[in-house]
Design a protein around this ligand. Sequence first.
Ligand code: NAP
Ligand code: MG
Length: 406
Amino acid sequence: MAVLEKIQMKTPLVEMDGDEMTRIIWQMIKDILLTPYIDLNVEYYDLGLENRDKTGDQVTVDSALATKKYGVAVKCATITPNAARMTEYNLHEMWKSPNGTIRAILDGTVFRAPIMVKGISPYIPTWKKPITIARHAYGDVYRNTEALVEKGSKAEVVITRPDGTQEKYQIHDYQESTGVVQGMHNLDSSIESFARACFNYALDTKQDLWFATKDTISKKYDHRFKDIFQEIYDQEYARRFAEAGIEYFYTLIDDAVARVVRSEGGYIWACKNYDGDVMSDMVATAFGSLAMMTSVLVAPDGTCEYEAAHGTVQRHYYKHLKGEPTSTNSVATLFAWTGALRKRGELDGNSRLTDFACKLEKATIDTIEAGVMTGDLAAMSTLPNIQKVGTEEFLLAIRERLAQSL
Ligand code: NAP
Ligand code: MG
């Protein structure tokens, strides 16, 4: 066999390393499936908790700024510290979630999409293609102000305009009972960013875009979301959607839920913050496994950061540290790499890199569909001849198939 020349990369890819079992998998993926074939051109940031602590979390900010500069990043799962991690890692501070920090800097929207394979069937039998959920990650109930209210109180919304004049709206006169009250907000600028990220991602992946709110009940708040989406669509995207042969479709959230259940999949479902929080968990579970779910953060200017939707798989890591064999599923982390490499290839006009990413994904799916899989999938798969393999063995089996396709 001819020795293949390694694939070159013009522009660096931003690499964000992470924690625990996913950090172990990260290195294995690079060693087994990437560096033998690609001269990896990466700008490396170590977001492992120790280094975040050592740098006062500056490394997270730097990695996000580098992503802005180069346009594409791939991120390993990271620990979000809690009280237990403070002691375990002897931390100087309870650092914020890196994903939150990166999202705030990139002003991005998170898209979560399942990877589907034969033998792992969604709980909804009509779903034949992935359903991607886009969650607006700003405002509403996640940035609310709320209070308990005594009987006999009145609650009002007061808006003080820039010129000092005030407008008041009564929320409720609590004559009959004690109760609760809540105030929340959103920003046109954030909704606009969300809309553009969704329209861009739909064009990128050539899928229809659905959006739904409760605008019949919330005639100003939710209606504003509907109007902003429609205006941006009409002005900036309608023509490009027509050219790509895809559709933008708005409906009431109740109708959307009913349609999603009856659908075949194969579209992006844009959700307001709360809807996205709840529906992404439902859709992920219905598709079978969190270990088969990818996640992409897309900024309004098209900058993308790819990762797995799951965490650092701590329980498996402790087994690994004790020298016990593990069978951790690396598919979502591997698809984060292929997603990022393909995007890098597309932006640079580097077709060898794009082809490689596609072939690596195919080799992964073919391996599972041939019955070779990690324990989590083996426990769910309906295929007849299943061979359950360990963490590293699985990646080696993918390499065998990949080598045949190159
Ligand atoms: P997790 O890492 O997602 O794992 C929860 C359980 O799900 C595992 O114990 C395992 O079940 C199963 N699982 C998840 N991914 C798997 C995979 N690739 N292969 C096989 N099984 C898999 O969630 P967690 O244990 O709640 O969180 C651990 C750490 O991850 C936390 O410190 C959290 O802060 C962090 N986290 C990070 C991100 C991120 O960076 N995006 C997201 C979520 C959580 P079994 O044990 O039954 O095998
Ligand atoms: Mg949730």
